[in-house]
Design a protein around this ligand. Structure first.
Ligand SMILES: [Zn+2]
Length: 284
């Protein structure tokens, strides 16, 4: 396996916002499906593929929303995810509802999700390995925090780690928090990052977006960033209403020394709401 092939999923109609990764030995797999609106881009990028596996790190629609479309296009593929996510792929009704609540004005950009035949959704155990042939294996690594049902995928021979949203988003070399409602958990996230560091990955691949050099430093930096993000939100909590808190926080030059692309505001606001919700749960 050389580098996995990165496919831009054109998430939210933007370039370099969402990625899927194509990996093959004698069998082939995709990590992440993008939204249902991404499926045509993925199918276009893989004209001759006959996927055996579609691995999705979690069932948020920007990671798994297109899995139903892809399962139709690639009829041999099993869809692999965490057991707690599996039932939502078979019946996405509740999932779509929860995304509608979490994403608000951005909802239409997430597309729809079509149900996947239950028999084709395969729940992965922590540490379970999937053989792609030619010395390539994909191992499921449970990685809760961003969501309780998050799972990273690891190629242990090359030490390639597909992060999903477990360790933030990397955009133009800058790390951003991915801490959405309803179930982001700081303590569990920090534990997961330590677990991911203990794998000593040689390369890490972000769904948002692309590969990162010096994985251990990036993972450590994300841990630090999460703590700063939590503290910045906690100190403002109770001082001002949530909408004002979001604006105040996003204007904080300690957190965003070089500013940020305004297009990211709704996503960042969502991450503020997720961390805020966590803090309200653990320390009301
Ligand atoms: Zn995501």
């Amino acid at each position: 396996m050389s580098l996995p092939k990165i496919i831009d999923t054109h998430q939210f109609g933007r370039m370099r916002e969402g990625a899927a990764y194509y990996i093959f030995g004698t069998r082939s797999a995709l990590v992440e499906s993008g939204t249902s609106l991404s499926a045509p881009y993925i199918i276009d990028a893989l004209p001759d593929a006959n996927l055996d596996y579609i691995f999705v790190t979690h069932v948020h629609l920007d990671h798994a929303g297109g899995a139903g479309e892809l399962a139709r296009r690639y009829p041999h593929a099993s869809v692999i995810t965490h057991p707690r996510g599996a039932r939502h792929l078979a019946d996405p009704t509740r999932l779509v509802e929860s995304v509608r609540k979490a994403t608000g004005e951005m909802f239409s950009l997430y597309g729809e999700a079509i149900p996947i035949d239950e028999g084709r959704v395969q729940p992965a155990r922590d540490g379970e390995r999937f053989d792609l042939g030619a010395g390539i294996t994909i191992e499921a690594i449970y990685s809760p925090g961003h969501a309780p049902h998050h799972v990273c995928f690891f190629e242990p021979n090359r030490r390639y780690l597909f992060l999903g949203d477990a360790a933030g988003a990397l955009r133009n070399g800058v790390l951003y928090c991915t801490t959405p409602p309803p179930s982001f958990d700081l303590e569990v996230s920090l534990y997961t990052i330590d677990k991911l560091r203990s794998l000593h990955p040689k390369k890490i691949f972000y769904t948002h977006f692309g590969s990162g050099d010096n994985p251990d430093r990036l993972l450590k930096n994300y841990s630090d960033l999460l703590k700063r993000w939590a503290e910045a939100i906690d100190t403002r909590r109770g001082q001002m209403p949530l909408a004002e808190l979001i604006d105040d926080l996003l204007a904080d030059t300690n957190l965003f020394p070089t500013g940020f692309d305004e297009q990211l505001r709704p996503e960042l606001a969502m991450s503020v709401r997720g961390m805020f919700g966590y803090l309200e749960r653990v320390a009301p």
